[in-house]
Ligand binder design. Sequence first.
Ligand SMILES: C[S@@+](CC[C@H](N)C(=O)[O-])C[C@H]1O[C@@H](n2cnc3c(N)ncnc32)[C@H](O)[C@@H]1O
Length: 157
Amino acid sequence: MARINTNFQREGSTGVIIRQGDARNLNFIKSESIDLICTHPPYSNIIKYSKNIEGDLSHYDIDDFIIEMQKVASESIRVLKKNKFCAILIGDTRRKKNIIPLGFNVMQVFVDAGFTLKEIIIKEQHNCKATGFWYNRSIEYNFLLIAHEYLFVFVKP
Ligand SMILES: C[S@@+](CC[C@H](N)C(=O)[O-])C[C@H]1O[C@@H](n2cnc3c(N)ncnc32)[C@H](O)[C@@H]1O
């Protein structure tokens, strides 16, 4: 199984450093050194982002995904400066025709890690790869399509 390449680093013309890594282990970032976190993880394993990259969060089903997101939340709060913001975009999913509130479960993980919830912003979802498929299924099996995702905004106290 391949690993996430954590050696990639580039400095742009503006002095911004781009570094590729695993959000569960940001050991190359000093504690309380970051001003803003914007993160958009996979929504558990709804869409797979790689075939065999170890640590790809899209390989984890819901319960294990939540455990891995606890590591992400703990690293996020470690690297963020106090009174600075962390925003996470995440949506819900279904299992066996029932809704799973993945968004709120991940929100709770960040609160449990020590963040204070500042805002919940609802974003309409557009152009989803599976919209046509799920549109037909929703009529056939009588359920509502998930048409939104959440932008949770946290502050580090
Ligand atoms: C929902 S997509 C976000 C895409 C992003 N908004 C963009 O425009 O590129 C989720 C991303 O998380 C990445 N990812 C998966 N596991 C990760 C991990 N352990 N650490 C950091 N990123 C990860 C995936 O490769 C994918 O690019």
